[in-house]
Design a protein around this ligand. Structure first.
Ligand code: CA
Length: 219
């Protein structure tokens, strides 16, 4: 899953980026509101972490324009502004959640998981298709009576598929969700990860649709 971090404070951005990468998210970072708006028109990200006090275009304005354009990408506001009216305005403009700085990384990660599962129409904390179960808080996967630990990128790929059971994701779509802007993608990276997941969870855990892409079955 790929996240856009919009934050002008370099220290916070670095800390959040490291924490998110450790938790197997692909992260791209922009430092001002105009770059955020431009980037979001590309539709490359599955979630946005949005600071409010930004140079150029305010975070609330970025959010207002984003929703006005019909973009439904989940947005979590990260802000030092603890004024009640900012929080209310942000939520009413279409933010999905907010965190007041300073925040603890485990809380940020828990809110990310919560917003992600809501977006995919699931309320239960575990992702699954009836055959495979994935725990986003531990990166453990369960299938065929065994529980295995996935690598960060294996988790990321399987999560992308399990968020949309029955849908075929192309190589490009999978790569986009696993890798950020500055990360080099080996041409066979997706095959390599799928091979690893099948080894752990069974050959039929991920289906290849010839010439189209990959999917997990809908239960
Ligand atoms: Ca700021």
């Amino acid at each position: 899953m790929r996240i856009l971090l919009v934050e002008d404070d370099t220290m916070i951005a670095d800390a959040v980026t490291v924490a998110l990468r450790d938790a197997a998210y692909a992260v791209d970072w922009v430092q001002d509101g105009m770059s955020a708006s431009r980037t979001l028109t590309l539709g490359e990200h599955q979630l946005v972490l949005l600071d409010l006090g930004l140079p150029g275009r305010d975070g609330l304005e970025v959010l207002r324009r984003l929703r006005q354009s019909g973009n439904t990408v989940p947005v979590i506001i990260l802000t030092a502004r603890d004024r009640l009216e900012d929080r209310i305005t942000g939520l009413d403009l279409g933010a999905d959640d907010y965190l007041v700085k300073p925040f603890q990384v485990p809380e940020l990660l828990a809110r990310l998981r919560a917003v992600t599962r809501r977006q995919s129409g699931q309320a239960a904390p575990l992702l699954g298709n009836g055959r495979i179960t994935l725990d986003p808080s531990t990166h453990e996967a369960h299938a065929n009576d065994t529980t295995v630990l996935l690598s960060a990128r294996e988790f990321s790929l399987l999560q992308a598929l399990l968020l949309r059971p029955g849908a075929i994701l192309t190589r490009r779509e999978l790569e986009e969700q696993i890798y950020g802007w500055n990360e080099e993608v080996e041409s066979n990276a997706v095959d390599f990860l799928i091979h690893g997941i099948r080894k752990k969870l069974g050959a039929d855990s991920i289906k290849n649709i010839r010439g189209a892409g990959w999917m997990v079955e809908k239960s």
